[in-house]
Design a protein. Structure first.
Length: 186
């Protein structure tokens, strides 16, 4: 078994414990995203053979991602406060409801995307994540993975095709619901 597979096996065994550890840092809606991001990082890590303590590595990675998430959310909250209130200091309740729905939909879409990426073959997944998640150029990916640029291009195209098919199979066109503008009126 390769070192990368050992690291992924350790991740699978620790998944719930990682979620519990992350739950001490981030709010409940964010826990699964952090655990998923930990998995993505594990899949990308090229030097798995150099990790002496995989459990510690996974906990540290999850903790650092959670702390980074908190820093980013604090920054967004500080920047976003003035726009969240009207001139009388009251927040728009209808907008808050829409934001929650948008966040839930985005989380569900992200989970389906992560599941689609997990289904890709290993080398294809590495290339795809480096390009689509981290924004590396094809040349940088080719150099990092010691493969040809045309191979990188083929992996990206294959990854897009497979992920698109997977996502299309998992999502249904949602029915449009009409919400009344005012109570009692439609």
């Amino acid at each position: 078994m390769s070192d990368e597979h050992k690291l992924i096996d350790v991740f699978v065994a620790l998944r719930r414990k990682l979620a519990r550890a992350v739950s001490r840092i981030v709010p409940p809606p964010e826990i699964e995203d952090i655990v998923q991001e930990t998995y993505v990082r594990v899949c990308q890590f090229e030097q798995a053979g150099n990790i002496r303590h995989p459990r510690s590595f996974l906990y540290r990675t999850a903790r650092n991602l959670a702390l980074d998430h908190i820093k980013r959310s604090e920054s967004r909250t500080t920047i976003g406060l003035p726009d969240d209130e009207d001139e009388h200091g009251e927040s728009d309740v209808s907008q808050v409801g829409l934001d929650v729905c948008d966040q839930l939909a985005a989380k569900q879409e992200f989970e389906i995307f992560c599941e689609a990426v997990q289904q890709l073959p290993l080398q294809c997944r590495r290339v795809f994540v480096m390009r689509k998640v981290y924004g590396y150029s094809q040349k940088e990916i080719a150099r990092a993975l010691d493969i040809g640029e045309s191979t990188v291009e083929k992996h990206i195209a294959y990854g897009i095709k497979r992920c698109s098919s997977f996502i299309a199979a998992r999502t249904e066109p949602s029915a449009v619901t009409h919400l009344p503008l005012e109570r009692g009126k439609q």
